[in-house]
Design a protein around this ligand. Sequence first.
Ligand code: FE2
Ligand code: FE2
Length: 190
Amino acid sequence: MIIDLLRQEHRNIEKLLLVLEEELMVFDRGERPNYEVVLAVIAYFQVYPDAYHHPQEDMVFEKLKARDPAAAAKIGDLTAEHRKGAKRLSQVAQAVENGLMDQGVSRHTVDGIIRDFIVHERHHMAMEEREFFPAAVEALQPQDWAEIASSRLTGQKDPLFSEIVEKRFDAVRRHILRLEQEAEAERAHF
Ligand SMILES: [Fe+2]
Ligand SMILES: [Fe+2]
């Protein structure tokens, strides 16, 4: 079911937020974080949620608006929240890039921007799980879910293609988690 997939994606996103948080702690200690890991997490966030996760949630939200406008109004403007999240992410990318190049941004500023992104992402997902998903499960009808599922496929042209892409992202996530383990093992050595 689509909601189960969305919840699963939240768990995947949380794993990567934890990785980012871990590297941020290293940075805050005044040490050099593993930038390969940090940049990989940012790249993942730049592609995956915007290409897959958010468009699906937006579709579910459109259906919810039609079926239960009051419930949708309580949740607010989900699409705008996704846009704000993308903006925060681009600030993170910018801050990390400037930090890497030592372009005079203070560590405090970099820390604040990344922390802000992590906090908002978690807050957003928690809200969706607490309010949005249950409201959608309650209000949407079987044909709504069928329509979302089919536009999911036609939107990506070819179901096989989307399966390949999913596997690819799976591999990317595993790669990032492995890099992070290596980085941590290395740090434990010193
Ligand atoms: Fe969302
Ligand atoms: Fe979400």
